[in-house]
Design a protein around this ligand. Structure first.
Ligand code: NCD
Ligand code: ZN
Ligand code: ZN
Length: 360
């Protein structure tokens, strides 16, 4: 058995809005005391401090029946070419939002209103954010270059120059490189990572799987997410980063729910893995595989909140060995269905969980 002396925190999660939000928030609230919530809500995105306020209230309303007042959503804003730096600073100082998220247009789900890498470097928000210490969260992918579509497996490594350029231009900027998947980004973090200033998050699927798993049996839509799973060499580099005991690396599930009709269809597949229901189980399994369960507590509970200026939340979580499988689909009000990661109608194909967290 492994014991955590703090409650987990998810540094990167998608809740959506409405019926989907009401369905998924309880899963995160049961395992985490707080989470950094992504702003690509699409209907519309979280564009202003007032949007952030309303969104926070919607999340609290959904978590209340499960954990009462005990859930802390840190809402982020969606950076567009038009975002006003004054709005950004005002919302940050009032505690309405806790960072600005950048999506290169076309790089991922609901990213079309975002900011391309080359425009980001001169966005008027950046000097203001560097000045007030407000985090910039990056989806680090280049999807188009010189008018051509970039190979999905190269998108992340081609963003590394932008990361270096950002730090060169704004040495005090606080950056969170979201969901590291490529060995080039892992290398960048090993050289530039700095607790409290240049940090990154890592998902469970990028620790447990690589592209061989994505292409198993032809194609696994429920392992398809942005950035795409890379080859084993990259996965190994990401595992080394996650389990290396660095204060600048934290768990961010990137749990990204899509109804099954958007993932299981004749053409196209929405990117995103819904993993919030088994966050602790998956990370524990990945750290156990690497013989690094002693490094799990800092990664899962301490490093994430620290970057956002919060103390870790004391509590006891016993992680016990216990084999099980996810045994049911999740129904969403209105008739949609959500496939929880790991569930398969054929039990022999369901993901085999090896751990179970017991919260005290
Ligand atoms: C995320 C989503 O569905 O919102 N999808 C994903 O594949 N990761 C967007 C994102 O985090 O890039
Ligand atoms: Zn992303
Ligand atoms: Zn995400």
């Amino acid at each position: 058995m492994t014991t955590l002396n703090y409650i987990p925190f998810d540094s990167h999660v998608h809740f959506r809005r409405g019926a989907m939000l009401r369905t998924v928030v309880p899963y995160t609230a049961r395992q985490c005391w707080g989470a950094v919530v992504m702003p690509n809500t699409a209907t519309p995105h979280i564009l202003t401090p007032d949007d952030a306020d309303a969104y926070r209230n919607e999340i609290l309303f959904a978590s209340h029946p499960v954990v009462g007042e005990n859930f802390v959503p840190l809402v982020t804003g969606y950076l567009t070419p038009k975002t006003d730096p004054i709005d950004i600073a005002h919302g940050y100082k009032k505690g309405k939002w806790h960072g600005m998220k950048v999506y290169p247009p076309g790089a991922t789900t609901h990213s079309n209103e975002g900011v391309a890498a080359r425009d980001l470097l001169t966005h008027p928000a950046l000097p203001v954010m560097a000045d007030i210490g407000m985090p910039l969260l990056l989806h680090p992918e280049v999807n188009a270059l010189h008018g051509d579509i970039v190979d999905p497996y190269d998108r992340e490594r081609l963003f590394v120059d932008t990361l270096e350029e950002l730090l060169y231009r704004y040495p005090t900027l606080r950056l969170s490189v979201e969901h590291v998947t490529d060995e080039a980004t892992a290398r960048f973090m090993m050289s530039y990572g700095k607790t409290g200033q240049v940090v990154c998050t890592i998902t469970a699927q990028h620790l447990l799987f690589d592209r061989r798993d994505l292409h198993e049996d032809g194609w696994q839509p429920h392992l398809f997410c942005y950035p795409i799973l890379k080859r084993k060499k990259s996965r190994d580099a990401v595992i080394a980063l996650a389990t290396g005991g660095f204060g600048f690396v934290s768990a961010g599930t990137d749990s990204a729910p899509h109804p099954t009709h958007a993932k299981e269809r004749a053409a196209g597949c929405a990117g995103g893995v819904f993993s919030a229901h088994i966050m602790v189980e998956l990370y524990a399994q990945a750290f156990a595989n690497a013989g690094a369960l002693d490094k799990l507590e800092a990664f899962l509970c301490v490093n994430g909140p620290r970057f956002y200026g919060l103390k870790p939340c004391p509590g006891t979580v016993n992680i016990v060995e216990s084999a099980r499988a996810i045994d049911a689909m999740i129904a969403i009000e209105g008739g949609d269905k959500l496939r929880p990661f790991g569930f398969h109608e054929d039990p022999s194909k369901a993901f085999k969980l090896r751990y179970r967290p017991i919260f005290h």
